[in-house]
Design a protein around this ligand. Structure first.
Ligand SMILES: NC(=O)c1ccc[n+]([C@@H]2O[C@H](COP(=O)([O-])OP(=O)(O)OC[C@H]3O[C@@H](n4cnc5c(N)ncnc54)[C@H](OP(=O)(O)O)[C@@H]3O)[C@@H](O)[C@H]2O)c1
Length: 243
């Protein structure tokens, strides 16, 4: 089955791992034939991930777009529909974090965080949902965070944006249940990705890896449409990192 899957933030970190795990599932799971639309602001990274996905037999398009810009969201969705006819799955993974003490967070930090994590996630989901609603099938993943439920001292803006994303997840689920669309809230704790920058070795040892998240996400997608994994919660076995 051909499935058109849009993954935001697919150039690195968790999004890249999700793209590769979808690609690895090509044809091994009952003829699963993914068409991966890989999105971020950095085309070069996307092209490398797309090449890797194609080596596993998947179709992959690298599509540069800033989801904080609604014009670019329109262009992304329109060109996906023109090229592939539909969207079966949206992985809302693109996200940013500015981690500083409360008193040091600036207005620019606020605008930057909310533009991607809230505005971008909202308007992309709002644009894609009617496509799924009309055909009465589809799946939207939101990579929120455990920071959608628990706050850490240096993550005031990040937590605000992730609590906000959770509000969107819960609201969209009310619509999705009426039209056979699955919504999965993916809530990881600390995952070692470029988002963290340099981290000391002992801290890294207490973190999860991107593929720990992507594997179960792809399995959730490949379940029969009648079954929805509503939440996936991942924590480092030794507990949260309180940065
Ligand atoms: N790492 C963790 O510990 C952790 C834990 C829980 C939840 N999460 C969440 O998981 C998601 C992925 O995080 P990560 O750790 O993999 O981060 P990452 O390594 O920094 O990767 C983020 C990806 O999102 C893209 N992106 C950011 N802003 C974008 C925008 N406005 N438009 C399009 N693409 C954009 C980035 O590419 P460009 O910069 O090139 O656009 C990049 O490909 C985020 O939503 C994050 O909040 C992460």
């Amino acid at each position: 089955m051909k499935k058109v899957i849009v993954i935001t933030g697919a150039g690195k970190g968790i999004g890249k791992a999700i793209a590769l795990d979808f690609a690895k599932a090509t044809r091994t799971k009952n003829g699963f034939d993914p068409v991966l639309i890989l999105v971020s602001r950095t085309l070069k990274e996307l092209e490398l991930v797309a090449d890797e996905c194609r080596r596993y037999g998947a179709t992959a398009d690298a599509m540069q777009a800033d989801i904080a810009d609604t014009t670019q969201i329109e262009r992304l969705v329109d060109s996906t529909l023109q090229r592939h006819g539909t969207i079966d799955c949206l992985v809302n993974n693109a996200g940013v974090g500015r981690f500083k003490p409360l008193s040091e967070l600036s207005e620019e930090d606020y605008e930057y965080t909310m533009a991607t994590n809230l505005k971008g996630t909202f308007f992309l989901s709002q644009r894609v949902f009617p496509i799924m609603e009309e055909k009465k099938s589809g799946h939207i993943f939101f990579i929120t965070s455990i920071a959608a439920e628990i706050s850490f001292k240096s993550s005031a803006l990040y937590a605000m944006s992730k609590f906000g994303q959770k509000g969107l997840v819960e609201t969209m689920r009310l619509y999705a249940k009426e039209c056979n669309v699955r919504i999965t809230n993916v809530m990881p704790g600390a995952v070692y990705t470029p988002m963290w920058g340099e981290v000391p070795a002992e801290m890294q040892a207490g973190m999860m890896m991107a593929e720990d998240i992507s594997g179960p996400l792809v399995q959730a997608y490949l379940l029969p449409q009648r079954t929805s994994i509503e939440e996936l919660v991942f924590r480092p076995v030794s507990g949260d990192i309180n940065e």
